[in-house]
Ligand binder design. Structure first.
Ligand code: DON
Length: 323
């Protein structure tokens, strides 16, 4: 079936999702560091970005929250831009681990590659690969420039978050040095881990993540800045990685119920990609036991169901946006 979705329909779905999900109770802020624990639990926002650059928003969509693991997608894209799809498959991989994001067990099982840039091991390896090698400042600039191009505007480092993450990331230190042990890290492990920790501590808004998602959904073309950020042929690779492991060990349940590849972060953000249709992002701090935002999940599922679209369904959206 071919479907046309108008701006009015999208706005209605967005409005209903916001009103329905804002009162959902349950979940708790991430509590492993004070910064995340102390964020106002009532913050909630949803943004949708269309292929013509229109951004539709409800709620706190200009609030800057910790991007956390959603940043793994951005840096995977940068690694793909710098090395191409084949080398990333060879050096990192594109498989699900079926285990939590920071699993050391997963790394022990798959010594020959870290599985995917969307879990901690692969994300640290991706940071190690970013050029210019051995130059922490140059690598950081490349990471931030890439995120800026994808978001359409600059993200800002949340210093307090960065300091707390750095003071508590013992597990990630183990991952970085195990990667070194298996010869699967391509720069200094401490520099690579610091870059990963810093990128997780960047503040972004739901609007910025919706723009990133729309850029992936439209073959690397950022519809807000009107720039081709990455080669079109890389977009399906990125979407396949997100579909495979965006919710870690709960990815199957998410795809089954929501029908849209999406990536989560413990800052409360979720970014979803509906290829050739739109990018969507939602943000609310309280997380479920698996570490995924309760309201953001509910809001994205609501909108997908309301619009009657699903990446695995036979309904194809022909036009979106034009009334
Ligand atoms: O690696 C960590 O522990 C965090 N900075 C990122 C955690 C995260 O967002 C996991 N995904 N949902």
């Amino acid at each position: 079936m071919i479907k046309n979705i108008s701006v009015n329909q999208l706005e209605e779905a967005l409005h209903e999702a916001y009103e329905t999900c804002r009162t959902i109770e349950g979940g708790a802020n991430a509590d492993y560091i004070p910064y995340l624990a102390n964020i106002d639990s009532d913050l909630f926002g949803i943004s949708i970005c269309l292929g013509d650059g229109t951004v539709l928003s409800r709620g706190n969509t200009s609030y800057e929250f910790g991007i956390e693991s959603v940043s793994k997608v951005h840096t995977a894209i940068l690694a793909l831009r710098q090395y191409g799809a084949d080398e990333i498959l060879d050096k990192i991989g594109a498989d699900a681990t079926g285990l939590p994001f920071n699993s050391i067990f997963a790394l022990l099982l798959e010594r020959d590659h870290p599985s995917t840039p969307l879990v901690n091991a692969g994300a640290i390896t991706a940071c190690s690969m970013i050029k210019p090698k051995g130059d922490s400042d140059g690598k950081w600039k490349a990471i931030v420039d890439n995120i800026t191009e994808l978001c359409g505007s600059e993200p800002h480092l949340i210093d307090e978050l960065y300091r707390s993450e750095t003071a508590t990331n013992y597990n990630n230190h183990s991952i970085a040095w195990l990667l070194k042990n298996y010869d699967r890290i391509y720069d200094d492990p401490e520099i690579s881990l610091d870059l990963y920790t810093r990128q997780c501590s960047l503040g972004v808004t739901a609007e910025q993540l919706a723009i990133t998602a729309a850029t992936i959904a439209h073959d690397g073309y950022n519809p807000v800045t009107d720039k081709q950020v990455f080669d079109a042929e890389l977009a399906p690779k990125v979407v396949s990685m997100i579909a495979t492991v965006g919710f870690y060990e709960h990815t199957g349940d998410w795809l089954y119920t929501a029908g849209i590849p999406a990536k989560t972060g413990v800052g409360g953000g979720i970014m979803g990609i509906m290829p050739n249709v739109f990018g969507i992002a939602a943000f609310a701090p309280p997380l479920d036991e698996a570490g995924n935002s309760v309201k953001a999940q509910a809001a994205i599922k609501f909108i997908m169901n309301k619009l009657g679209i699903n990446i695995f369904g036979s309904t194809r959206v022909e036009t979106v946006g034009s009334d």
